[in-house]
Design a protein around this ligand. Structure first.
Ligand code: SF4
Ligand code: SF4
Length: 362
């Protein structure tokens, strides 16, 4: 999470970082002028136009990580003007540590991080895959990554040593050497960011998709109801920080395995907005520029529908909480990954349904 000035070489790029940004209309000259201005510490309109999706880190062909410079300048200038009542992640960071559900000895330890109430993780993490698991959450286990959408991108970095220490204590307390993360932000902070910062992680971080994939692989006889569905996938901003497995982000391989085992076909290859060009859920501007956020969602969901998706699968609690209403209006069912898997196992979804519509969260 640091802009690398030595790699930002205007003579070797075409300003792809901002030319490819789907939320502004910059040509090559505009893009390079904007980057030059940010490098020189000036306040440029891109700071306000940026919706904090992190995609330009993927677009830069030289690996300079321009989003990290934009985020730093957004924090320095306070340009996002986030109102106090739209800062829930700060509250999440101050919540006490809780055991959301106590499992059985030998079961997995799952951290739901700080945003376990955005969608009801306690209900979503039920059924055979999770029946023995202990689920913990609260501020001490929150990576703070959502702060990158609120003009405080330095927060996860500052929080990192304490975050890892808290989780290490939890692993010791519950007698495990692995922690499963329900939000891939926490997973990516405990893997990619910790590695970048040279911080030792004394437990093995496990992504929720890896956990589900392994369980299904070990229990193929439990898949009672192959779904025969065509789906699109909402890959959130945090997935862009995932460790890579070959030429792809590693989570996409786990998801592909899950889909194959439960009889689901992905339409992602037929989509315009997919891979590096996938669109953001709009959570960073959901309160401050609501109509703009909903327009982005419509474009994204319309693209999924055109590619033949019957449902839109989410792996990020924040993405599904801000996109579910637009999905339903556009008649494409939003579904959280754990609920999709439950359907294939022939399990009831319970009152939280596919996406916790109208569901009372605490
Ligand atoms: S961040 Fe990358 S794409 Fe953007 S101007 Fe610098 S080198 Fe070029
Ligand atoms: S983070 Fe996303 S919205 Fe912001 S400039 Fe980069 S690509 Fe555009």
């Amino acid at each position: 999470m640091a802009f690398d000035l030595s790699k930002c070489d205007f003579s070797r790029c075409r300003g792809e970082c901002l030319v490819r940004c789907p939320y502004v209309s910059y040509d090559e000259d505009d893009a390079k002028r904007a980057m030059k201005s940010l490098i020189e510490g000036e306040r440029h309109p891109i700071l306000k136009e940026c919706i904090t999706c992190a995609a330009c880190n993927d677009f830069c062909p030289l690996g300079a990580d321009p989003w990290d410079l934009i985020a730093r300048r957004q924090e320095e200038t306070g340009v996002l003007g986030i109102p106090a009542d739209a800062k829930p992640s700060s509250d999440w960071l101050t919540k006490p540590a809780v055991v959301i559900r106590r499992g059985k000895p030998g079961g997995a330890l799952i951290s739901a991080g700080g945003i376990y109430e955005v969608v009801p993780q306690a209900e979503f993490l039920t059924g055979q895959v999770f029946e023995d698991a202990t689920v913990i959450g609260g501020g001490p286990y929150a990576c703070g990554f959502t702060e990158t959408h609120l003009g405080r991108a330095s927060r996860p970095l500052k929080n990192l040593p304490q975050f890892i220490e808290n989780l290490a204590k939890a692993a010791e307390e519950f007698g495990v050497d692995e922690i499963v993360f329900t939000h891939d932000a926490c997973y990516n902070v405990a893997t990619t960011l910790a590695t970048q910062q040279g911080i030792e992680v004394p437990f093995r971080p496990v992504h929720i998709l890896e956990h589900i994939r392994n369980w299904l692989r070990d229990h193929p006889d439990r898949i009672k109801n192959p779904l025969g569905l065509s789906v699109a996938v909402q890959g959130g901003c945090t997935t862009r920080y995932a460790p890579r497995g070959g030429d792809r982000e590693i989570w996409s391989d786990w998801l592909a395995d899950i889909f194959e085992m439960i009889g689901v076909e992905s339409v992602e290859e037929k989509r315009t907005y997919t891979g590096d060009d996938r669109l953001c859920c709009g959570c960073g501007i959901f309160h401050t520029q609501h109509e703009r956020a909903v327009d982005i969602q419509r474009k994204n969901i319309g693209d999924a529908a055109e590619a033949g998706a019957e449902e839109l699968v989410f792996i990020c609690p924040a993405c599904i909480s801000v996109m579910r209403a637009t999905c339903r209006k556009m008649e494409i069912e939003p579904i959280y990954i754990t609920q999709l898997v439950k359907q294939a196992l022939g399990e009831e979804l319970g009152p939280a349904g596919t996406a916790a519509f109208g569901y009372p969260v605490k």
